[in-house]
Ligand binder design. Structure first.
Ligand code: ADP
Length: 432
């Protein structure tokens, strides 16, 4: 057992109880743990504490008595013993989980009036002050054997009650200890996992920043040689075009178109890598104004396609970057126009509602060609297109830009089929 007996029982209460018992019966007693620490003691006799246990020869007899009692304790309900100094002692063990953890003593006492002559001889033999020794003897309680044995039977039961209470408390302490251990282990694991995640997150942030820096520099620097290719191919066409045959002129046209397409791609890529580069914190932005900017930029396409664009709800203030928000609207409305089959004026409905107390949810619905639900996630990845260039012109970066803008603000973006055909693009942005 890894607990001391004193930790397992309410000793104050036990001592109070025993004081009342002594007052009622005059029977002295003690409770000692296995290291002989006295936990409770009442009525111990001077004849023992001041004479027998002090003088080496008589103390030796006390030890013989202690040894006799101790050696018989574990397998007896209680034991009694008359020591060689002439006094009676009784003891009962307290046993918890098969382990002897404390001893209840009853004594010291006499069963019959003492043989004073014998004690007088002892005083002379061991050099005790006879008057004081006999006075101490006089104070030793004389209690008949049958009464003491009844008291001892009571003590043995009491030892059992103490043992049960101690065992229960021990179980409780062990369970509590186990919970404390489990908690400690758990919080250690949570801490380790949190550290691991933090390390990974900062490594990811670093590598993202490096990647963005790379994309920015690469796309920026790529434009210069591209411009040269375009310019010289144009020069070639102007100076030597008339001297070349039709096929050569066709090759030149392909080269020019390729250079122009690559320039478009690089520009889009540059746009993508620019999002969030300035590191500005989101601020309150009027989404109605951002939408207006987007529509102004698209006015030519809107007119040419005869698109019917309607805003169906009031547009709220949100936390964003004004330029990014206008870009978000512009990309989604441009797609809604582009992906409506030619010959049919695009119908676009823009609305907004509260998602919860933190976010607004915006929607841009079209009546266009629609999107296969299985491709609904893929289209937000960079360079992912569902159509060839011959079908629809594009670089496959527009929706990746939208996703990056929205996620940087803590929002989400997704597409779902519109009722009756077409698509609805939804995105959430934090409320002000
Ligand atoms: P791009 O338009 O340059 O191809 P995006 O990233 O804007 O690139 O879009 C990715 C793909 O998602 C498009 O190629 C198209 O297949 C599909 N898509 C986007 N918007 C719509 C829409 N409103 N209706 C149908 N398909 C769309």
């Amino acid at each position: 057992m890894n607990k001391r007996f004193a930790e397992l029982v309410d000793l104050d209460r036990f001592r109070t109880m025993m004081r009342w018992f002594y007052q009622a019966t005059g029977i002295p007693h003690g409770l000692l743990d296995v290291d002989d620490t006295i936990l409770s003691a009442i009525g111990w006799q001077d004849i023992c504490t001041k004479f027998h246990r002090v003088c080496p020869e008589t103390a030796c007899r006390c030890q013989v008595s202690d040894h006799y009692i101790a050696s018989r304790l574990p397998d007896a309900g209680f034991v009694g013993y008359q020591c060689a100094n002439g006094l009676m002692d009784y003891a009962a063990p307290v046993i918890i989980d098969g382990e002897h953890v404390a001893t209840m003593f009853l004594g010291q006492l006499l069963h019959e009036p003492p043989d004073v002559e014998r004690f007088r001889r002892q005083a002379a033999e061991f050099g005790f002050d006879e008057r004081e020794y006999l006075a101490a003897l006089e104070r030793v309680p004389v209690i008949p054997a049958d009464r003491v044995e009844a008291a001892m039977a009571f003590f043995a039961q009491l030892a059992g009650v103490l043992a049960d209470a101690g065992a229960e408390r021990l179980r409780h302490l062990e369970a509590r200890q186990e919970v404390v251990e489990l908690n400690r282990e758990l919080s250690e694991r949570v801490e380790a996992r949190t550290r691991e995640l933090e390390d990974k997150a900062s490594a990811l942030t670093r590598s993202n920043a490096e990647l963005e820096q790379f994309a920015y520099v690469a796309s920026h620097d790529l434009r210069e040689p591209l411009r040269m290719i375009g310019a010289f191919v144009t020069l070639l066409e102007q100076r030597y075009g008339p001297k070349l045959d039709d096929q050569a002129r066709e090759f030149i046209a392909f080269a020019k178109e390729g250079a122009a397409r690559m320039d478009r791609l690089v520009l889009d890529l540059l746009d993508y890598s620019r999002i969030g580069r300035r590191g500005d914190e989101p601020s309150p932005v009027d989404s109605a104004a951002a939408l207006e900017t987007a529509l102004a930029d698209l006015s030519l396409v809107v007119i040419e396609s005869r698109a019917d664009v309607q805003v169906t709800t009031p547009m709220p203030m949100v936390m964003a970057d004004p330029g990014d928000l206008a870009r978000l609207f512009q990309n989604l409305i441009a797609n809604a126009i582009k992906y409506t089959p030619a010959g049919r004026p695009p119908e676009i409905r823009i609305g907004c509602g509260r998602q919860d107390d933190r976010f607004w949810v915006f929607s841009i619905a079209d009546r266009g060609i629609g999107i296969d639900p299985e491709q609904a996630e893929r289209i937000f990845l960079i360079f992912q297109r569902l159509h060839t260039r011959q079908q629809y012109e594009g670089t496959g970066i527009g929706l990746a830009v939208c996703k990056k803008i929205v996620e940087r603000l803590g929002g989400d973006i997704w597409v779902e089929p519109a009722e009756g055909g077409g698509s609805v693009f939804n995105f959430t942005l934090p409320a002000v």
